[in-house]
Design a protein around this ligand. Structure first.
Ligand SMILES: Nc1ncnc2c1ncn2[C@@H]1O[C@H](COP(=O)(O)OP(=O)(O)O)[C@@H](O)[C@H]1O
Ligand SMILES: [Mg+2]
Length: 352
């Protein structure tokens, strides 16, 4: 197949997305596809007049990718470096190349990629893409909306309240949430802007930091416990993975710097807890109307109480990311996983 793997963009997870994109691109090429790796924001403008037969030159026109650094990228610098300085999110020739592909593999993470906007635009442009649709993406992206749907469907989630800049509550006592608690951007990802606060004094700074990222912020009760994640493919949960950071919580550095966390898959858990978490993950998929593949994050406390934090609709896809490890636990290689995601996403369009 002719495939565009889309990565980059303007989200705080831009660099992570390049890691996903380049690994997926490599795997799909090994599977025999013609694959162009494209930065959705920068586009392709070297030879704009000559798009004919471009998939035959797929490797040559693809972007080259570096390593993920310990800090989130400087997005203002990225914006300033685009040649055409257009205010269009899609870079030069991105829509044209995606329309020429049989399907687009979405390697994007975070805002504009994971929030459903790219999916909605692609629906209108007649471009096929991997992963869930625009509506379920938008529902899952907003943690407050997702938690409301979790509660309505009997899926336990930490107590929390959300606020906008206008409804911001500076007085900690008014929240009715005990310390410690967690302050996080409502739609963020990769733990950017997330703070765990243990004293009232830390609250305002944490709130300011989260509002730097976004217009809506969530304050949640802190759940002391084990960090677990589980992927659901086509409605069925894979084995659970446990993530134990060596230091602190599962923040940006611990997520992407090798050796920062011990990851165990399948997680060592009593069978009934495993089944319960897998069941909740499958229920999240129904509650948020997710399709194809997604990954749900959970916490499990010492009393074996389970809490669902969120659903990730375009989770990391490098061979060392969580989903590929879960797939490996059932004997599915990274290349097979990429192929499966491609095929189930493609099939969605055949049954319409
Ligand atoms: N309520 C909470 N209690 C304890 N830790 C939390 C809580 N919410 C978030 N965290 C920590 O912050 C990390 C990121 O939070 P999450 O809600 O998954 O957002 P995202 O991964 O989208 O940034 C979690 O993996 C966990 O380590
Ligand atoms: Mg998470």
């Amino acid at each position: 197949m002719k495939i565009v793997v889309l990565a980059g963009g303007l989200s705080t997870e831009r660099d992570v997305s390049f890691a996903t994109g380049s690994m997926v691109c490599k795997a799909l090429r090994e599977n025999g596809h013609q694959v162009i790796l494209l930065d959705v924001f920068m586009g392709y403008s070297d030879k704009p007049e000559d798009l004919d037969g471009i998939f035959d030159r797929a490797e040559e026109v693809s972007i080259q990718v570096g390593k993920i650094t310990a800090q989130a990228p400087d997005l203002a610098a990225v914006k300033a470096s685009r040649k055409d300085q257009s205010d269009c999110f899609f870079g030069p020739n991105v829509i044209e190349l995606c329309r020429m592909a049989d399907i687009v593999f979405l390697g994007l993470h975070g805002e504009n990629g994971e929030n459903g906007k790219v999916q909605a635009a692609f629906d209108l442009f007649g471009i096929k893409y991997t992963g869930t649709d625009y509506f379920s993406s938008a529902l899952a992206m907003n943690k407050e909306v997702a938690k409301t749907l979790f509660r309505a469907n009997g899926i336990p989630t930490p107590r929390g309240i959300s606020m906008s800049r206008k409804t911001r509550i500076d007085e900690f006592a008014r929240l009715g949430i005990p310390l410690p608690c967690v302050v996080k951007p409502c739609s963020g990802g990769s733990s950017i802007g997330v703070s765990i606060i243990r004293t009232e004094e830390e609250y305002i700074r944490a709130l300011d930091e989260a509002f730097l990222c976004e217009e809506e912020v969530l304050v949640e009760e802190y759940i002391e416990g084990r960090e677990l994640s589980v992927c659901v493919i086509e409605g069925k949960a894979l084995p659970i993975i446990e993530i134990a950071p060596l230091e602190g919580f599962y923040d940006y550095k611990n997520k992407y710097q090798a050796g920062s966390a011990v990851e165990t898959c399948p997680a060592v858990l009593p069978l009934d807890i495993t089944q319960k978490i897998q069941h909740y993950a499958e229920e999240v998929v129904k509650a948020l109307r997710l399709s194809t593949y997604s990954r749900m994050d959970f916490l499990l406390n010492d009393n074996n109480e389970i809490y669902c934090l969120e659903a990730n609709t375009l989770p990391g896809m490098t061979p060392t990311s969580l989903i590929p490890q879960e797939a490996a636990a059932v004997g599915v290689s990274f290349g097979e996983l990429c192929e499966r995601i491609l095929q189930i996403s493609f099939e969605k369009y055949q049954t319409r």
